[in-house]
Write a protein that binds this ligand. Structure first.
Ligand code: FAD
Length: 170
């Protein structure tokens, strides 16, 4: 997480250096198109008008929702644990990641080493939630790390865009 914050900060600085005007401390609330423009209302009620809008606002994108670009998106879910392991076990993950495919239908598991802990988790179609929970427990014990304390356990929505679902509009 710390590394991701550093990357975000780095990208923001690069954008600023290239002349981007950055507006912080507010969020996008509503978007609509009219004629050749797009209108964006922020949390302070201020309205911005533009010829072009790029939505880079993540899995629950308000841009995609307001402009009906969510059609054809399948929702998947992921369960993630962050676990601090003893140094001698962390060492094993120094230069590798693990991806486990199709232990459940259309699902996957992963182990990504971070600086001082691993991210381990599983994901798959929302309708298989019960099986995904079971798969999560099995995946942790299979890797012999269920006994180590979790720093964090969280659930995530994963939007999966299917086939030719549109990415742009207007
Ligand atoms: C459990 C899990 C583990 C992962 N692990 C890894 C990993 O180890 N390595 C890796 O490379 N990738 C990993 N990923 C994938 C990675 O996190 C995503 O691919 C990446 O973050 C997507 O970047 P993004 O910029 O599209 O969206 P995000 O990183 O979600 O950024 C969206 C931004 O938009 C902002 N925003 C949202 N709504 C609004 C609004 N209304 N107004 C203004 N701003 C708004 C948010 O604050 C946020 O800053 C993982 C994903 C999950 C779910």
């Amino acid at each position: 997480m710390t590394q991701r914050m550093h990357l975000d900060q780095f990208l923001l600085e690069q954008a600023r250096n290239q002349g981007a005007h950055v507006i912080e401390g507010t969020s996008v609330q509503k978007i609509h198109e009219k004629n050749d423009s797009v209108f964006i209302e922020d949390s302070g009620g201020k309205i911005y008008r533009s010829a072009l809008l790029i939505g880079a606002d993540g899995a629950n994108s308000i841009v995609a929702r307001n402009l009906q670009l969510n059609d054809g998106i399948q929702r998947e879910i992921a369960l993630e644990s962050e676990i601090a392991l003893p140094r001698e076990i962390m060492y094993k993950w120094n230069d590798s990641i693990e991806i486990d495919l199709f232990s459940i239908w259309c699902g996957y598991g992963w182990i990504f080493p971070k600086q001082d802990h691993i991210s381990i988790g599983v994901g798959g179609p929302q309708r298989f939630f019960k099986q995904i929970k079971e798969y999560n427990s099995a995946y942790l014990s299979q890797n012999k790390i269920s006994e180590y304390p979790k720093i964090r356990f969280s659930g995530h929505a994963l939007p999966i865009r299917k086939g030719f679902a549109p990415l742009t509009k207007g």
